[in-house]
Design a protein around this ligand. Structure first.
Ligand code: ADP
Length: 188
């Protein structure tokens, strides 16, 4: 099983590329942002719990995310692989992911990081606010999400560098160019 983590700050293009990679390799795309937004729009108990946190651009608790991912793995096996988009986002989540995968005899195969300038990130997120009307794409909340990224998520770079799993790809350019660069790094 190939377990790919697509890594990068909000607005880096993880979702767009994750869909294309999942389609090309026949893997299952898991976006924790999409899962959480679906819970919110369906008004489930989980959705009600996370809505304010998400709208403010903060991270949902590790405990809830780990619970969600446990059920993702249970409900989606067997598959040829996963493209994880938005998870893990904290060191605690990364350690828990290793534990969950190991339980089934698997490991993280590769972490691909999309490198995008901060100015470009903000511009993309503001544009998405106009196009899709996502509640967490206002300027104030975007700033918050970038702070969360720097504070909680960036430390994962060292975690995966230590494991020799971390690889950066330039995330500026056309969607197709970035996609082919990503594909060229994925060695099955
Ligand atoms: P983006 O990558 O554009 O920041 P996502 O769609 O991945 O946005 O996530 C939206 C929101 O969902 C995050 O700001 C956060 O509140 C919540 N979320 C998603 N994944 C996680 C996670 N692994 N841990 C904590 N919160 C998460």
């Amino acid at each position: 099983m190939f377990n790919l983590i697509l890594f990068g700050p909000p607005g880096a293009g993880k979702g767009t590329q994750a869909v294309k990679i999942a389609e090309k390799f026949g893997w299952k795309h898991i976006s924790t942002g999409d899962i959480l937004r679906a819970e919110v729009s369906q008004g489930t108990p989980l959705g009600l719990k996370v809505k304010t946190v998400m709208d403010a651009g903060h991270l949902v608790s590790d405990e809830l995310l780990i619970e969600i991912m446990e059920s993702v793995f249970v409900n989606n096996s067997p598959v040829k692989g996963f493209v994880l988009d938005g998870f893990p986002r904290t060191l605690n989540q990364a350690r828990e992911l290793d534990r969950m995968l190991l339980k089934h005899g698997h490991t993280v195969s590769l972490v691909l990081a999309l490198e995008v300038d901060e100015d470009e990130l903000v511009a993309r997120l503001l544009k998405r606010a106009q196009d899709q009307g996502r509640k967490d794409d206002t300027e104030e909340v975007i700033k918050n999400r970038l702070v969360q990224y720097h504070h909680h998520t960036k430390p994962l770079i060292d975690y995966y560098l230590d494991k020799k799993l971390y690889q950066e790809v330039h995330g500026m350019g056309t969607i197709d160019d970035i996609f082919s660069q990503l594909c060229s790094v994925i060695k099955l």
